[in-house]
Design a protein around this ligand. Structure first.
Ligand SMILES: Cc1cc2nc3c(=O)[nH]c(=O)nc-3n(C[C@H](O)[C@H](O)[C@H](O)COP(=O)(O)OP(=O)(O)OC[C@H]3O[C@@H](n4cnc5c(N)ncnc54)[C@H](O)[C@@H]3O)c2cc1C
Length: 348
């Protein structure tokens, strides 16, 4: 228990406080990490006790199982905001993994930089952004990320992983797939540009600019547009328990799209690589009858302004969320023969 006292490991903590869906069992041990050099000692502590380890940010993309986590949960609180290099065009910044993402975006926007302003208001930490290659309104972190600094649990060293080695694609990376759990991310380095964002903008953003007669497309203007659009469509996880979009937008081949168009008329979609299109999962949910849907049995519902956001209205157990989720997946599959994939991670 020597390390325990020194490292302030807490015991038997409800996992609901580490998920914006506010569900889940109990974590056996929880430790906040404020310094990248504290990770090795924390892992040694867990190893001595034969415990599994998971590192998280604030749980805005996590659903915890009711069974809980019998290991050591590391909550990343590493703070850092280091401007590496800047000139008339370029700006490089290293951001600690535990920094609040939106605050970091605000700081770069205030300096007039473009690159991440469309990712404004995405809940969570900077360190989690590469994990699912966060994206919104036409930007994704893969476009500006230079490298990820992480503690490699396989080699026991701090490493710098260049973006090209992160295996980024739509809402995923090596941190979520082949190397899940291997790297404890301590910082991200981004390359932003000192200029205005360039049109064409995402449809909803352009509509906002037009409606508000905005023609000076500064990073700040784009940030404000995105913040306003998100506030009008998405619930604030501080007051409404949710994990944002619960399903990824499915990618289907053009043959499937033709069939859907024949059956349902106009089907919203956008290109997703050779012969493939992405269909908004929100449209599928609406067509399947889940718009503004409230299920008294599970205590779950869909957010009125955006059915893709499942909200915990009064569910007490993850099993209820999973039952609701399955009901949606089955109904959508029956109607469209498309299988929706869950976006937030079910842990452990
Ligand atoms: C209302 C709402 C809106 C959202 N909108 C969007 C959106 O527009 N676009 C989008 O892409 N996402 C969106 N999300 C999802 C979520 O905000 C992002 O995935 C975010 O990056 C999660 O950050 P977090 O700190 O909460 O990570 P967590 O939920 O704590 O963790 C997510 C995953 O990353 C891992 N992880 C976290 N930090 C580290 C670290 N330092 N080292 C190693 N692994 C780590 C965890 O183990 C877990 O696997 C939304 C969520 C909500 C609630």
């Amino acid at each position: 228990m020597r390390y325990n006292a020194r490292m302030d490991v807490k015991q038997q903590i409800p996992l609901s406080q580490f998920s914006t869906m506010r569900l889940g069992g109990t974590a056996a041990y929880v430790l906040e990490i404020h310094d990248r050099f504290a990770i090795a000692a924390a892992l040694a502590w867990a190893k001595e006790r034969g415990l599994p380890v998971i590192m998280i940010g604030v749980g805005s993309n996590i659903v915890w199982r009711d069974e809980g986590f019998p290991g050591l949960l590391l909550v990343n609180k590493i703070k850092r905001f280091e401007e590496q290099q800047e000139d008339d065009e370029n700006y490089y910044v290293t951001i600690g993994a535990g920094e609040n993402w939106d605050e970091a975006v605000a700081r770069t926007v205030a300096k007039g930089m473009t690159g991440i302003e469309a990712l404004s208001l995405i809940p969570g930490t900077a360190g989690a952004t590469p994990v699912q290659n966060v994206g919104a309104y036409g930007q994704e972190i893969a476009q500006t990320l230079v490298s990820v600094e992480a503690y490699d649990t396989q080699t026991g060293t701090l490493v710098n992983i260049p973006a090209i080695d992160c295996a980024f694609s739509y809402r995923t990376s090596r941190f979520k797939t082949a190397d899940r759990g291997r790297f404890m991310i301590t910082a991200v380095t981004l390359h932003l540009l000192r200029r205005n964002p360039q049109p064409p903008f995402y449809g909803a953003v352009q509509a906002y600019f037009d409606e508000h007669d905005i023609h000076d497309y500064t990073p700040q203007a784009l940030r404000e547009a995105v913040v306003a659009i998100r506030r009008s469509k998405l619930p604030d996880p501080a007051t409404v328990a949710n994990n944002g979009s619960f399903f990824a937008n499915p990618i289907v081949d053009e043959g499937t799209l033709s069939q859907l168009t024949a059956d349902y008329g106009t089907v919203p979609h956008w290109p997703a690589g050779e012969g493939q299109v992405k269909i908004p999962a929100a449209w599928l949910l609406e067509q399947a009858g889940f718009k503004n849907f409230h299920d008294p049995e599970t205590g779950m519902g869909t957010w009125p302004a955006q059915p893709l956001v499942l909200v915990n209205e009064h569910a007490a157990h993850t099993a209820q969320l999973l039952a609701f989720k399955q009901q949606i997946i089955d109904t959508v599959h029956q109607k469209f023969s498309i299988t929706l994939e869950q976006e937030p991670e079910l842990l452990p």
